[in-house]
Design a binder for this molecule. Structure first.
Ligand SMILES: [Zn+2]
Ligand SMILES: [Zn+2]
Length: 223
């Protein structure tokens, strides 16, 4: 990992842009290919357009993160140590809470009509809707992510694991079907399942969480 980071630190900016763009496109392709097992049928032109714009913005966010790291504003450790596990859970719950608050804020203010309503045009979300976001929303989530990385030195493997888990939850939330057993006693009901986020698209006053239903349960918006 140290060798990869050393290489990234000396690579010309143009190559970094290209690498980060390809990385984001591959993540999107992975989501859409896995999603195609559950959702058949073509996506609209406007969905593809917004998906492309989201990929470009996510590339800018990735580059910004790398730039902040190169300029010693974001610090990361590369030790393959026990710190991976607590760092992962810290990222998981910290981002879950901050994104929950951000999500409520864009629902309860003028930002809903101006920004977030675009994502809610999908009443029955499909995998591509994970990327059908207003540019302001994508930038907002990106800034939140970079701000979380600044004050604390996270382990690089925890960050990588968190980013994978983040994409998996995003895909699950917009799958359109529920692959998990969700009974009364199910352990999964405390997580942001497909049903949980699908219900948010059907009823915009509930289920603002992403990875867990904990914050909605605490704030009384769980359904
Ligand atoms: Zn959604
Ligand atoms: Zn929403």
């Amino acid at each position: 990992m140290d060798r990869i980071l050393n290489y990234l630190s000396i690579l010309p900016a143009g190559y970094l842009w290209l690498i980060f763009f390809v990385e984001n496109v591959l993540i999107t392709a992975g989501v859409l290919i896995i999603g195609s097992m559950f959702h058949k049928g073509p996506y609209t032109k406007s969905a593809w357009r917004m998906c492309a714009i989201t990929n470009v913005i996510n590339t800018v966010v990735t580059y910004a993160g790398c730039w902040l790291w190169q300029h010693h504003i974001i610090h990361i450790t590369t030790n393959n140590s026990w710190k991976i596990i607590p760092d992962f859970w810290l990222l998981f719950f910290e981002m879950d809470l901050l994104m929950f608050l951000f999500h409520i804020a864009i629902h309860k203010t003028f930002l809903y009509k101006a920004v977030h309503q675009l994502h809610h045009e999908a009443i029955d979300p499909t995998p591509i809707d994970l990327f059908v976001l207003h540019p302001v929303e994508t930038i907002g989530f990106g800034c939140l992510w970079l701000l979380v990385l600044i004050p604390y030195t996270f382990n690089i493997y925890a960050i990588a694991l968190y980013l994978v888990v983040n994409v998996i939850f995003g895909l699950i939330g917009h799958l359109g079907v529920e692959p998990l057993p969700l009974g009364e006693r199910s352990f999964f009901k405390y997580f942001g399942t497909s049903t949980f986020h699908h219900n948010h698209h059907q009823d915009i006053h509930h289920n603002f969480g992403f990875y867990t239903s904990i914050w909605d349960r605490i704030f009384g918006t769980y359904k």
